[in-house]
Design a protein around this ligand. Structure first.
Ligand SMILES: NC(=O)c1ccc[n+]([C@@H]2O[C@H](COP(=O)([O-])OP(=O)(O)OC[C@H]3O[C@@H](n4cnc5c(N)ncnc54)[C@H](OP(=O)(O)O)[C@@H]3O)[C@@H](O)[C@H]2O)c1
Length: 316
């Protein structure tokens, strides 16, 4: 039996649907039943129920956005660092493997070759970077799993949320048997205030940058495949291969959904942060080659976006 934590959340719901579709035996556990975020009740529950695998889709995400974590630091640290550490220790003590939903937001920028070898560019809004993206995309690479997070408490600036997600990875990596599945900006065909495609359609102005993204359904399928196909434990960037700019996503939205509005962009970072955004935002390109090499294939980001928009379902 698989145990799913955080099934009431945006990502947890997608794990639940996929497990149901596959006809897998699983059980969900909410904090309203057992406070699984504390070591002792969690350990007792695991010992009594002996799941074969635990999926941790629980964590503290700021609502309505990451700025909320800056004023709820204790909850953010507890939900994203201390709780995963307790889970890893409890699972290791009972020899239960688990998978943890992490985030790509612990990185900023991308690797780029401007002509003198590969360097990290944290500011992808620079005109030199945009020119390379337009003319020589092969000169841009994402961060892979061997690289140290560069948007974290150890490499600042970072948002408080990202800092706790990076520390969460440090706290659990190699503790017992686990997968660390990095998710990045989830989207799919279901209009929802948590869906990236819904968010950018509703923002008054949008922030143009480059990012890798994760289709929510593709993400949970790939995570479950890691476990069922016995892929080696470790960290995996679970993003649809490739990257895309916000402007390109908006072009797709205009072509396919034909919304009755004009979209405007923030002029620059100063313009964006002047309007009240508190936390530094992560924009980054991820390399998902390790997942592919492990035999798990995800459609490209442009194909996933295209399919989601073609099948777009408005929230009722
Ligand atoms: N959504 C994103 O954009 C995104 C992107 C990258 C990574 N992630 C990661 O994905 C995981 C799930 O995110 P989500 O977007 O699905 O979050 P969500 O909708 O807020 O759901 C999280 C669930 O976690 C449980 N939980 C445990 N401790 C909590 C706490 N201290 N505060 C709030 N909820 C807590 C809750 O379930 P019960 O109370 O029922 O137990 C809640 O329903 C998190 O680790 C997050 O960092 C999310």
């Amino acid at each position: 039996m698989i145990l799913l934590l955080g099934a009431t959340g945006y990502i947890g719901q997608a794990f639940q649907s996929e497990l149901e579709q596959r006809g897998e035996q699983f059980r969900t556990l909410s904090r309203s039943q057992v406070d699984y975020t504390r070591f002792q009740p969690l350990f007792e529950y695991l010992k009594a129920n002996k799941p074969s695998f635990v999926i941790n889709a629980a964590g503290y995400t700021g609502k309505p956005n990451v700025d909320a974590c800056e004023s709820a630091k204790a909850d953010t640290l507890q939900g994203n660092t201390l709780f995963p550490q307790a889970l890893a220790n409890a699972c290791a003590a009972l020899d239960i493997p688990f998978g943890h939903v992490s985030s790509g937001c612990i990185f900023a920028g991308a690797w780029v070759d401007y002509g003198n070898g590969w360097v990290v560019e944290k500011d992808m809004t620079r005109s030199e970077f945009k020119a390379i993206a337009a003319k020589s995309p092969e000169k841009i690479r994402g961060f892979d799993e061997s690289m140290t997070p560069n948007f974290s408490f150890r490499d600042q600036p970072c948002s408080f949320y990202s800092g706790t997600k990076a520390l969460g990875e440090e706290a659990i990596e190699g503790v017992g048997k686990n997968y660390i599945w990095r998710l990045r900006i989830p989207f799919d065909e279901f209009d929802n205030h948590r869906n990236y495609l819904s968010k950018i359609q509703r923002y008054a102005k949008v922030y143009n940058n480059f990012n890798s993204l994760s289709h929510r359904g593709d993400y949970v399928k790939a995570c479950l495949d890691c476990w069922f196909q016995k892929v080696p434990f470790g960290i995996y960037n679970v993003t649809n291969p490739g990257y895309i700019s916000t402007a390109e996503v908006l072009e797709m939205i205009k072509d396919i959904l034909k919304p009755n509005r004009k979209f405007e962009f923030w002029e620059n970072d100063a313009d964006f942060y002047a309007t009240g955004a508190v936390a530094a935002r992560s924009n980054c390109i991820m390399d998902s080659g390790k997942l592919l090499a492990a035999g798990i294939n995800m459609q490209s980001v442009s194909s996933a976006l295209h399919h989601a928009l073609q099948a777009w379902k408005i929230e009722s």
